[in-house]
Design a protein around this ligand. Sequence first.
Ligand code: S3P
Length: 169
Amino acid sequence: MSSIILIGFMGAGKSTIGRQLARRLSKELIDLDAQIVEAIHMPIADYFDQFGEAAFREQETAILAELATKDGILATGGGIVLRPENRTLLKQQPAVIYLTADTQVLIERIQQDTENIRPLAENKQPAEIAAILDQRIAFYEESAGHILDTTNKTPEEIVSEIIERLGDL
Ligand code: S3P
């Protein structure tokens, strides 16, 4: 099996589900945001402040290209689908899962998560966050082979569903 790649909006549970999926399948979890932080030697929010979003997307694109085919579970950042070359690459991978949830649920999760500073969601009204999601939904859908709604499901249920869906991969 090559990599299983989790995509979806902020708050979709990519890192949480990725961690549990990796444990269940005895695979390595590769967290793209964590890899970027290692490469840029600073928190993502600081990098956005100092160098801007476009520079961050450059880093993200380079690291995705390096890691997309590595054996393991790859949890991506919510903006990974913004660059067309990333969507092209994702479409070529056999196991890309788009984790979705009701917009309200995503916004609540983002706002309740005090550990992650997300520059694009910081100090934003719910309607502004929802507007960012709206701009991306079609990109997530075209990039993924599987769409999985996580609303009202436990991480264990979601992980089992992913394993079932991927079957013999
Ligand atoms: C971003 C999502 C973040 C992180 C960065 C940008 C986005 O990752 O990559 O703050 O544009 O949606 P999470 O989806 O893990 O929060």
